[in-house]
Design a protein around this ligand. Structure first.
Ligand code: MRU
Length: 345
């Protein structure tokens, strides 16, 4: 599978996710400022992808700050701090930057080796999580083909290759077990409409796009067997930060008695946090909401609330599936499956 991010002879090469689906544009990032701008403006986005990009960024900084064989560690650490804070919510970014920095005393090549190991492991990790999640859904929803609702983009773009929630959909689709994917458009930046729909078209997986406010109604109307999403940060008790709108889907899924499953790599689990109240939620620029296609849609004097993420409390989460385990917040799996008794609309 083609990777959305690669290391290209001293630079980070990435697909520019801002340009999709109209244009297949690649960027070659050669400075830390360019990388930070790419992450902050969502040219590179999705928790695992910004993690890998962050690690490659530390490798780039180590290379740029090595002169005549001498590495300036202080300068690399300053760049690493700027990279790690380019976006605040996805823990994968700080995790990956710290992991790359761990090799700094061994020199720029060692940092690059570590970053490339993360890039190489990314697809393997997500395929493993997807297989596990697909098995869980077979167990929870019975034999397919399933009608799955997802939100935002969790595919090969968000993870460099394969995907988490979308990887799970790919896994099920490969054996003919997906009847339909309902994709929320994911306001305001339309990751569902622009990116997930693009990946589903690419893979020939049947899908329909809906406005975000139609998703809960699709669930309540009995059009959905399960909700499957990714995550930006998961606490140890299973609270889940993910794209704004996820919380509403979890509430709707619980009300309808269908599973709400989160698929993510272990690197998204923040071992330092027990509950979601400590998660910093990124608030983005107001023009993402007031403008559409470059045109103002709201009065100039109207203030905006534009959180990029929300936190779904663990009691609404049926299971969190990673490459190595199934985390069932506050109970055992059998209880959670028993709780998923569809409410006939
Ligand atoms: O603002 P974004 O597009 O970076 O938000 C991404 C999400 O919320 C994804 O669901 C999450 O990062 C998981 S990607 C496998």
């Amino acid at each position: 599978m083609e990777r959305s991010i690669t290391w290209d002879d001293g630079a980070i090469r990435t697909l520019d996710q801002r340009a999709l689906p109209d244009e297949h544009r690649t960027l070659r990032l050669t400075t830390i400022d360019e990388l930070i701008e790419a992450i902050a403006t969502l040219a590179i986005r999705g928790a695992p992808a910004i993690g890998v990009a962050g690690a490659l960024g530390v490798a780039l900084a180590a290379r740029l700050h090595t002169v005549d064989g001498r590495l300036d560690e202080t300068a690399v650490l300053a760049d690493a701090k700027r990279i790690a804070t380019a976006r605040p919510t996805a823990v994968n970014l700080t995790w990956a930057v710290e992991r790359a920095l761990f090799r700094l005393p061994q020199g720029a090549d060692a940092v690059l080796d570590e970053a490339l190991a993360m890039l190489d492991g990314d697809e393997r990790t997500h395929r493993a999580a997807s297989r596990r999640a697909a098995d869980l859904l077979r167990q929870q929803c019975g034999k397919g083909p399933l009608r799955i609702l997802t939100h935002c983009n969790t595919g090969r773009l968000a993870t460099t290759a394969w995907g988490t929630a979308l990887g799970t959909i790919r896994e099920l689709a490969a054996s003919g077990e997906v009847q339909e994917v309902i994709v929320g458009e994911t306001r305001p930046l339309l990751q569902g409409a622009r990116l997930t729909a693009w990946e589903l078209v690419e893979d020939g997986i049947p899908h329909r796009l809906c406005v975000d406010s139609a998703s809960a109604w699709a669930i309540a109307s009995g059009l959905v067997d399960c909700v499957v999403v990714g995550a930006d940060r998961i606490t140890t008790r299973g609270d889940v930060a993910n794209k704004i709108g996820t919380y509403a889907l979890a509430v709707a899924a619980q009300r309808a008695g269908i599973p709400f499953v989160v698929v993510a790599p272990e690197s998204t689990v923040d071992e330092r946090l027990l509950d979601g109240s400590g998660i910093m939620i990124e608030e983005r620029a107001s023009d993402e909401v007031t403008h559409h296609g470059g045109r103002r849609m709201a009065p100039e004097a109207t203030p905006v609330f534009n959180p990029a993420f929300d936190v779904t409390p663990s009691d609404l989460v049926t299971a969190v599936v990673t490459e190595s385990r199934i985390l069932v917040p506050g109970g055992d799996l059998a209880d959670r499956i028993a709780a998923c008794t569809r409410v006939v609309p």
